[in-house]
Design a binder for this molecule. Structure first.
Ligand SMILES: [Mg+2]
Length: 198
């Protein structure tokens, strides 16, 4: 189904955990930094718990991640091209949003490659709140939003017609709010849009 070719509905995708495999890059950075194997111990959002690392180790890894250009080395998931391509084929304008400092714009644009044009990339800063993310969604007039962080989606659900949570099964995640659609595969998002957008 073609939604509209005249005024493209803006659709916003989160970057890490949706388009790009942040975990793989961070784990590799951790192994190089700490000089030992880093293994997923628990399925939690929190990186210290996920990999069984001390807060000091997590800080060291983040320092290396920022200093050594790791934001330019986060690979897309294999299905990222199909996800974006399907949304574009449906007539949507696809944006990407990320809680990364704008100083890393070039690295983020590089890793998103031909998936998302630079003009459609929004960097909010590492400490951006769900409220700040929502204000960007509203400014873009987002019709649909996909994120793997449930707090972001729970807030957006009041304002964005199609708000979907890509559930990665984190044990420390809050429950999804009313109005949030829970997906376990990113490629279900275009199907959801087909069924919900007029
Ligand atoms: Mg994410």
């Amino acid at each position: 189904m073609i939604i509209s070719r005249q005024h493209k509905p803006p659709v916003v995708l989160d970057v890490d955990g949706v388009l790009l495999n942040f975990e793989q890059a961070w784990k590799q950075c951790a192994e190089e930094t700490l000089q030992h194997a880093v293994i997923r111990k628990k399925n939690t959002w929190d990186l210290a718990t996920r990999f069984g690392l001390s807060p000091e180790n997590v800080r060291q890894v983040w320092d290396a991640f920022h200093a050594d250009g790791w934001f330019g080395r986060v690979d897309p998931y294999p299905n990222a091209w199909e996800l974006v391509g399907t949304l574009k084929a449906m007539g949507c304008e696809v944006f990407a949003i990320t809680n990364v400092d704008p100083a890393f714009f070039r690295e983020r644009a590089l890793t998103l490659g031909d998936l998302i044009p630079e003009k459609n990339l929004r960097l909010l800063g590492a400490k951006a709140s769900p409220e700040q993310r929502l204000s960007v969604l509203r400014a873009l007039g987002a019709r649909a939003f996909l994120d793997d962080r449930v707090g972001n989606v729970n807030l957006a659900a009041f304002h964005v017609p199609v708000s979907a949570w890509l559930c990665q099964g984190y044990q420390d995640a809050d429950a999804p709010a009313d109005g949030v659609t829970v997906l376990d595969a990113a490629l279900d998002f275009p199907l959801l849009l087909e069924s919900m957008l007029p």
